[in-house]
Design a protein around this ligand. Structure first.
Ligand code: ATP
Length: 300
């Protein structure tokens, strides 16, 4: 086999509950991940060394060296196999970069699947999941897709039943937000307030809404503990969220660490109307529609 192409979806967090800051600098999370139909494509081709090229959405903001998460994934997989494999990776990005939709993690997951195939390793998903957990807390979900609740740092996953399809509108912002800076801002806000921070728990009503495919109930239950921090770092997002609510979104929230904003619509037609209204309001660099849940990375 000379090359393998894998298509991999973005995620939106339906609930992101952030527990108190731990001594090791991390937070315990409850993270309800939902894979949506915005896809990056990663092509792995046989080569002696390791290299990566990136094109598409905000490609200029993605490193084309060993810092690229897809290359790091390929290196980790070769190490796991105990061989010095090479690969040339070509990434076509559609997932916004540093947008809170785990695009880098998605590319890492796609690279694991593509290289596993290209190198004929035949490793089972469980092995890839272990490698994924070492690469970053969002990478295991990126391998799984669908809808799942993540605990710990987000990497301990339980798949959830979700009826769907749910229809989404995403408002992309100019420039990204650093996940680390958003967490730091969240800690700062909490320190200023001096209130006790609860241990994170999955919201029962949200899980029920997912199971029942009840978009209205789901919209009312969307929460993100990082939202206040993202809004403090990027105050213009408040107007974006408000515009979506004003145009009938069933729910509106910042996706993960932002700055992408996610809006839940009642149907595909409603998502199209909402996207048009958001474009007209001039509150986003670009507006996209998608549906979820969708399966994880797939060879195309
Ligand atoms: P998350 O939602 O998991 O917090 P994010 O969607 O906010 O992540 P990413 O798009 O994954 O952010 O990018 C985070 C950083 O990782 C960027 O600054 C980018 O330069 C770097 N990066 C490394 N490899 C990649 C990649 N393949 N695609 C996108 N970003 C990458």
């Amino acid at each position: 086999m000379n090359s393998v192409t894998v298509r991999v979806p973005a995620k939106v967090n339906l609930q992101l509950a952030v527990g108190p800051l731990r001594d090791d600098g991390y937070h315990d999370l409850v993270n309800v991940f939902h894979a949506v139909s915005l896809f990056d494509e990663v092509t792995a081709a046989a080569e002696t060394g390791m290299s990566v090229r990136v094109e598409g959405e905000s490609a200029d903001q993605v490193p084309e060296d060993d810092d690229n998460l897809a290359i790091r994934a390929a290196v980790a997989l070769a190490r796991h196999a105990g061989r010095s494999y090479g690969v040339s990776l070509a990434i076509r990005k559609a997932i916004p970069v540093a947008g809170g939709m785990a695009g880098g993690s998605a590319d890492a997951a796609a690279a694991l699947v593509a290289c596993n195939e290209l190198w004929g390793l035949g490793l089972p998903l469980e092995d890839l999941m272990e490698i994924a957990a070492d690469l970053g807390s969002d990478v295991p979900f990126a391998l799984l897709g669908g809808t799942a609740v993540g605990t710990g740092r987000g990497e301990r996953l339980t798949p959830l039943e979700a009826a769907g399809p749910f229809h989404w509108v995403f408002a992309l912002a100019d420039g990204g937000l650093s996940t680390a800076k958003v967490y730091a801002e969240c800690d700062r806000i909490r320190a200023e307030e001096g209130l006790p921070v609860a241990e994170p728990r999955a919201a029962g009503a949200l899980l029920a809404a997912l199971r029942d495919g009840d978009a209205k109930a789901l919209g009312a239950e969307l929460t993100n503990d990082l939202q206040r921090a993202a809004l403090r770092l990027r105050p213009s997002l408040a107007a974006t969220l408000e515009a979506g609510r004003g145009h009938g979104a069933l729910g509106a929230l910042v996706s993960g660490s932002g700055p992408t904003c996610a809006f839940l619509a009642a149907s595909a037609a409603h998502a199209g109307e909402l996207a048009g209204a958001l474009r007209g309001a001039g509150v986003a660099r670009e507006v996209l529609t998608a549906h979820g849940p969708v399966p994880g990375p797939a060879v195309v």
